[in-house]
Design a protein around this ligand. Structure first.
Ligand code: ATP
Length: 508
């Protein structure tokens, strides 16, 4: 019976009112109207409450931040180590308070895109058992003065509330692309940016050791030199951690992490992929593994093989294959151009060609993939000269066969000129040690031609001596579209009067 209590009460009220009106003569109209207004009010408040509850649920439910630990981050050993040392300030609060050490307020992660800065910030939150709030510098850029600043205030407020709600003692705020708001203030031109930055500085100054929850700000940028000095001074972002592109060991580690949930075939040698992906960021390596899995699926295979990974490297490096249809003449010219690069590369650096391809990708109609034998961070003059020779190989081959060049060498020449520039700026040319400001356009032209003329004639001579190789490799390349490094070396060796190694020494 108590199930129907509400209905009985609702039925009882009009009967009571009717009784009061008819038998006692009381004017019940004002009571009736007030009851109606009261019910309406209760209904509105309740439905608002429900909406708010739904809103809260929506905001908080679908994104439980996946706990990210430092183990999930490949390479970056030094960055991880430095970060953990800095975070220990947040973990051992009593000790640092006892010694009177001021709290660590900001850590700046600097490095190229996709190297794992966001991952490090998430791992920092996990390591310190903090709640995590993230934003990107561009979110604070608004046309209206003051909006960015109020967003900063809201961000800090949100971080504190989130930590309190989750019962955490601290919160990590991560701001990616911090240079967008933290750029140098120029006093006037960009008042909105200045206000946003000022607000950020104010919030940072408001962080205290004894505050609960404690706040740690982690900023990320790849343009540290752009940041306002006020942001970098002690007491603000005073820990700077470089997050660089991974070395070979780091790349292997990252590949291992992203291969964990993927079935690999026996030939899938991750060491080889790590060696071939010099200069790749963590994000690009993740993409290599993902694309390789997609290629395996396209081939209807259960496991990812080495060739899938190799194709994935090409895709990440050069872009997806395009459908551009080249004419027969163009294809022949591109094939000879690429063979020019490949033959030069094999002669000056035996064993370095990993693949010659005649398939259009991105802007290129063909390409040669090289095998970096080891990661390098220092370059000598002979090394750079070989690099220039390889880049000139394409144009030299076109001249050899057609007597002229094409626009296909433009990218090669850009590369060549930037190598000459860095040689000159590093004091590796006959100009000796120079300051860039001493160089006039004439001087640049002079040094370019003195280096390039000599190297170009060496390359032409080297290719002319191997004319036969072009003829035999061209057929295969046009037919098959790709030529693996090993097949290319076989063709080269078969056509060589001298063994490859000796020929290399002969030329260099
Ligand atoms: P950006 O500066 O462009 O924001 P970022 O440095 O913050 O880049 P992340 O967002 O951390 O880069 O990395 C992007 C993705 O790349 C990650 O989700 C992860 O899959 C992969 N990745 C990057 N670096 C690593 C790494 N060191 N170990 C494992 N995965 C990595």
């Amino acid at each position: 019976m108590h199930k129907y209590k509400k209905e009985i009460a609702i039925g009882f009220i009009p009967v009571l009112l009717l009784f009061l009106q008819l038998y006692i003569g009381l004017n019940v109209i004002p009571i009736f109207i007030s009851a109606l207004v009261l019910t309406a009010l209760i209904y509105i408040v309740r439905s608002r409450g429900n909406l708010a509850a739904i809103g809260n649920e929506r905001r908080s439910k679908p994104r439980p931040p996946a706990p990210m630990s430092f183990e999930e981050i490949g390479g970056q050993e030094r960055a991880k180590q430095e970060l953990i040392e800095a975070l220990d300030f947040l973990v051992h609060v009593e000790r640092i308070a006892k010694l009177g050490i001021r709290p660590l307020k900001g850590i700046l992660l600097t490095g190229p895109p996709g190297t794992g800065k966001t991952l490090l910030a998430k791992a920092a939150a996990h390591y310190t058992d903090s709640s995590y709030v993230a934003a990107s510098g561009s979110e604070f850029v608004e046309m209206y003065v003051g909006v960015g600043a109020s967003r900063i205030r809201d961000l800090f407020k949100e971080a504190r509330q989130k930590a309190l709600k989750a019962g955490k003692g601290s919160a990590v705020i991560f701001i990616d692309e911090i240079d967008v708001i933290g750029g140098k203030r120029d006093g006037g031109q960009h008042r909105e940016y200045d206000q946003t930055l000022n607000q950020l500085l104010t919030e940072m100054d408001g962080i205290h050791t004894d505050e609960s929850p404690r706040i740690l700000l982690i900023g990320a940028t790849n343009r540290k030199e752009m940041l306002d000095t006020a942001l970098l001074r002690p007491g603000r972002f005073d820990r700077h951690i470089a997050v660089d592109l991974p070395d070979k060991k780091g790349r292997r580690h990252i590949l291992d992490i992203h291969a964990r949930n993927k079935p690999l075939a026996e030939d899938a040698d991750l060491n080889r992929i790590a060696a071939e992906s010099f200069g790749f960021s963590g994000a690009q390596l993740e993409s290599v593994m993902n694309e390789a899995a997609i290629y395996a699926m396209r081939d209807d295979e259960e496991e990812i093989a080495l060739r899938h990974m190799s194709m994935a490297i090409d895709k990440v490096m050069m872009g997806e294959r395009t459908d551009r249809e080249a004419t027969k003449e163009e294809r022949d010219r591109v094939a000879l151009h690429e063979l020019g690069h490949a033959i030069t590369a094999e002669v000056v650096r035996p064993g370095s060609v990993s693949q010659v391809a005649l398939s259009p990708r991105g802007q290129a109609l063909g390409y040669v993939r090289h095998n970096p034998q080891q990661d390098r961070y220092l370059y000598t003059r002979p090394f750079l000269e070989k690099q220039i020779m390889i880049a000139l190989g394409g144009a030299a081959a076109e001249e050899l066969f057609y007597g002229d060049r094409s626009t296909g060498s433009r990218g090669d020449f850009d590369q060549v000129l930037s190598i000459v520039r860095s040689m000159a700026e590093s004091g590796l040319t006959e100009l000796g040690i120079i300051d860039e400001r001493m160089m006039t356009p004439d001087k640049w032209a002079q040094i370019n031609s003195s280096i390039l003329d000599e190297l170009m004639s060496r390359v032409k001579r080297l290719l002319a001596e191997r004319r036969q190789v072009f003829t035999s490799a061209l057929d295969v390349l046009v037919r098959e579209e790709t030529l693996s490094g090993d097949s290319f070396r076989e063709l080269l060796a078969a056509n060589e009067a001298l063994p490859v190694q000796e020929a290399a020494q002969d030329i260099i």
